[in-house]
Design a protein around this ligand. Structure first.
Ligand code: GLY
Length: 361
C-alpha cells in the first residue's frame, strides 16, 4: 500500500503499511537513521511475539541494538516507568543520535514517545504500532505522555516520530477485546468526519469481524488518512484536532474512575454514546442515528453501559480533564453522523443526563 505523509510544522514523516517486518531495515536507511545505536521498547507481551523479528531487522542497520521490556497495561503508564526508561538510556550511554523504537500498543507508543521527547531534550523515535487502536490513532500525530495522579495523559508532549511502521498482520494475534477497543476509534472517525466511512463500516462489518485482510487494510489506511489530514492542519490541538477527542471527555472520566478496569477504546465507545444521547436531547441527532452507532458498537461487542455507583463522581472527574479551560469542560458534540462541533457551553444537567445514559448504578 502507498505511504501516507503526515505534514506538520515539527516534521513531515511517512506512515508505511506492510504485512511483515521485512521492510523495516530499508525504512531505517531511507530515513537516514542507519549506523546508530537503536533501542526497542516493548511491553512484555509484544516483546515475546515480535521482539525477535524487529531485532533481527535492526541488527542489519544499527551500530548496536538494545532491548528493554516492561509490564503491559495502562496501570504502568506513569512517571515511574519513564524513570526506568531514562535509567536504561543513561546506563547504556544513549546520545542524541540514538533511535528509540516503540513496539506495541498505545501505552507503549505514548510512553516511548514521551521518553524520547524529553531525554536529552529530544532523541529520534519510531512508532511500530501492533494493536488496531494504535495503528488507526495513537501512533500517528505525536501525542506522547503518561497518566498522572489519577488523570489521563496529563503529563506529556507533542513530539512526532521519524516514521510509523504498520505491519497489519500483527492484528492476527490481537485478543478479540483489544481489537474491539480499536474499533471504537475507527467508528469515531465515521461519527466525526464521514458518514460515507460510517456506511462503509456498516456494510463491511462482517468482513471486518472475520479479519478479511484487504478490508482491514482499507479501513486502517482510511483512518490514517483522516488522522494525517487533521494533524497536518492542527498539530498541537489549537482547534480542528479537538474533534478527535469525540467521546473522550466522558470516556476518560469513566476510564479513570473505574481504575482502568475497562480498556481505553471501551471507554471511548461509552463516551461516544453519552454525547450522542446529549446530541439527541439537543435535537442534533435522531433516535435512529443513535441506534445505528449503538448497533455497530454492539456488533463489535463494545460495552453500551457500565456499572458504577456514582454519576456525580464521574462528573467531577471531568473537571480534571486537559480540555478544561477556566473551569469549563470542552465537549465535542455530534450533528448527525459525520459532523461534529466543539463547545464548552453545556449545562450541568445535560452532562449528568449523558453520563447517566451509559453509567448505571
Ligand atoms: N487521539 C486523539 C489525537 O491524537 O488527537
Amino acid at each position: 500500500m502507498e505511504k501516507i505523509f503526515v505534514k506538520t510544522p515539527m516534521k513531515t514523516y511517512p506512515i508505511v503499511f506492510e504485512e511483515d517486518f521485512l521492510a523495516l531495515a530499508d525504512m531505517v536507511i531511507q530515513q537516514n537513521l542507519s549506523g546508530r545505536k537503536m533501542c526497542i521498547l516493548a511491553d512484555k507481551n509484544t516483546a515475546e511475539l515480535y521482539g525477535q523479528s524487529v531485532l533481527s531487522q535492526l541488527e542489519k542497520v544499527a551500530s548496536a541494538v538494545y532491548f528493554y521490556d516492561f509490564p503491559a497495561g495502562e496501570m504502568f503508564k506513569n512517571l515511574e516507568s519513564i524513570y526506568h526508561f531514562y535509567r536504561f538510556f543513561q546506563e547504556n550511554h544513549f546520545d542524541r543520535k540514538t533511535v528509540i523504537f516503540a513496539l506495541g500498543g498505545g501505552v507503549c507508543g505514548d510512553m516511548a514517545g514521551f521518553a524520547a521527547a524529553t531525554y536529552l531534550r529530544g532523541i529520534p523515535f519510531v512508532q511500530i504500532p501492533t494493536t488496531l487502536l494504535s495503528q488507526v490513532d495513537s501512533s500517528v500525530g505525536g501525542k506522547t505522555g503518561v497518566d498522572f495522579n489519577g488523570t489521563k495523559n496529563s503529563i506529556g508532549a507533542f513530539y512526532q516520530p521519524e516514521f510509523v511502521y504498520i505491519n497489519t498482520k500483527t492484528l492476527e494475534t490481537l485478543p478479540e477485546r483489544e481489537f474491539a477497543a480499536g474499533m471504537a476509534e475507527v467508528i469515531k472517525y465515521g461519527c466525526i468526519l464521514s458518514n460515507a466511512f460510517f456506511t462503509f463500516l456498516k456494510e463491511k462489518k462482517e468482513d471486518i469481524k472475520n479479519m478479511n485482510h484487504s478490508v482491514l487494510c482499507e479501513m486502517i489506511r482510511q483512518c490514517c488518512l483522516f488522522k494525517a489530514d487533521v494533524v497536518s492542519k492542527d498539530e498541537k490541538e489549537s482547534g480542528l484536532r479537538e474533534i478527535l477527542n469525540f467521546g473522550h471527555t466522558i470516556g476518560h472520566g469513566i476510564e479513570t474512575k473505574m481504575d482502568f478496569q475497562l480498556l481505553h477504546g471501551e471507554c471511548v465507545a461509552l463516551g461516544m454514546l453519552a454525547v450522542l444521547e446529549l446530541g439527541r436531547n439537543r435535537k442534533d441527532v435522531t433516535k435512529q442515528q443513535l441506534e445505528e452507532v449503538k448497533n455497530l458498537l454492539q456488533y463489535f461487542k463494545l460495552p453500551l453501559f457500565v456499572k458504577y455507583n456514582s454519576v456525580k463522581a464521574i462528573y467531577e472527574q471531568l473537571f480534571l480533564d486537559k480540555k478544561v479551560k477556566e473551569n469549563k469542560i470542552g465537549f465535542v458534540l455530534p450533528k448527525g453522523i459525520g459532523e461534529v462541533y466543539t463547545t464548552s457551553n453545556v449545562q450541568k444537567q445535560e452532562i449528568l443526563n449523558a453520563i447517566e445514559f451509559v453509567v448505571k448504578a
